[in-house]
Ligand binder design. Structure first.
Ligand SMILES: CC(C)=CCC/C(C)=C/CC/C(C)=C/COP(=O)(O)OP(=O)(O)O
Length: 329
């Protein structure tokens, strides 16, 4: 056992030396390194990073793990420009690739619900080419994800798409139905893809549903409360524990406002979405873990406050029904 550990430490030490040699060598003699050697060094770097990530995941899993994390994947076009890509849509493609990585990390960390802002309702105002490219990505990649990815086949990720689906072209809707259908029974992580979505639309649609249910006699007007509205929202599952927005912009852009209203730990990251790294993710998780005891205390206080408020409400409604309407039987 000890021998095995020693051997792997030797391997790490060897690889670290190789990487250092690469960094130093590349800086000093960079032009002289042959291409195969450069490739080998780069592969060694990736290998060591992967191993370090596994160790970090193990350490992080010793602490509390958030149930639901939301991502505003911002900065794809600026990334495309900065990287001299041909079109902004290349940035969105890079954004999708990063999304699959992030889902892998979340799965490894044991996060059960992930929600991502893939397309805002007002993104339809962008150029025809860009909207077309984004629709193409949604059509092809959602099908691909459901069909061929390790995330779905090995880890049992369930895909759900939320938002105003009727606004999407028929071929995109078909892919969505395929992806949702194929992953419906999966019990691993749930991925909510918000597309085309806005939080204010989600809330006003829920209000509309409440009104319809009251009109159809399925709900009494007296029973309208937070819980009744919540049940009619499109994004299921627990409230957000963490909301991450990349690209350095400090705003919510109408994403999951209801679900982040109570206790979401908001994190703005100064990197474009395709640049978001495991290091960013780990740093966010550690700071949430450090704050989590305080968050739990506040949640508890909030729950006590809510239950006091609702019993007060009940008393008031009982006394007002006593005085104004007589019996409720
Ligand atoms: C199917 C699926 C889940 C696809 C996901 C692809 C993806 C990452 C979409 C995000 C699209 C978007 C509008 C990002 C915001 O960055 P921006 O375009 O506003 O960039 P900017 O802030 O630099 O202008």
């Amino acid at each position: 056992m000890l021998q095995l550990q020693l051997q792997s430490w030797y391997a790490y030490a060897g690889l670290t030396a190789l990487i250092l040699a690469y960094i130093v060598g590349n800086g000093v003699y960079g032009q002289q390194l042959s291409l195969p050697l450069k490739k080998q060094c780069a592969a060694a770097c990736t290998y060591v990073q992967g191993k370090m990530r596994l160790v970090a995941v193990r350490v992080l899993r010793q602490g509390p793990i958030p149930q639901h994390v939301g991502f505003i994947m911002d900065g794809n076009r600026r990334f495309a420009k900065k990287s001299h890509m041909e079109t902004p849509s290349r940035g969105h493609l890079a954004g999708f690739t990063k999304l699959t990585k992030v889902l892998e990390w979340c799965n490894d960390l044991g996060i059960k619900h992930v929600s991502v802002f893939a397309f805002a309702i007002n993104n339809f105002n962008r150029s025809t080419e860009e909207v077309g490219a984004l629709m193409g990505i949604a059509r092809d990649k959602l099908r691909d994800l459901a069909e061929n990815s390790e995330l779905v086949n090995k880890y049992g990720v369930r895909i759900r798409v939320v938002g105003l689906r009727d606004l999407l072209p028929a071929d995109v809707r078909e892919s969505i139905e395929y992806a949702e259908g194929r992953t419906r029974g999966n019990l691993g992580m749930t991925l909510n893809v918000c597309c085309p979505y806005s939080a204010t639309d989600e809330i006003s649609t829920a209000i509309q549903r409440l009104v319809e249910d009251v009109e159809n006699g399925l709900l009494s007007a007296a029973d309208i409360n937070e819980t009744a509205l919540e049940k009619r929202l499109q994004i299921p599952g627990p409230d957000l524990d963490i909301l991450v927005r990349t690209s350095g912009q400090i705003r919510f852009s109408n994403f999951m406002l209801w679900q982040s209203a109570k206790m979401a730990y908001i994190q703005f990251v100064d990197a474009y979405w395709p640049e978001f790294s495991f290091y960013h993710m780990a740093r966010i998780l550690v700071s949430w873990q450090l704050a989590s005891r305080d968050i739990e205390r506040r949640k508890l206080a909030g729950a006590v406050h809510d239950s006091l408020a609702s019993s007060e409400q009940l008393r008031n409604s009982e006394s007002s029904s006593d005085t104004c309407c007589g019996d409720r039987t």
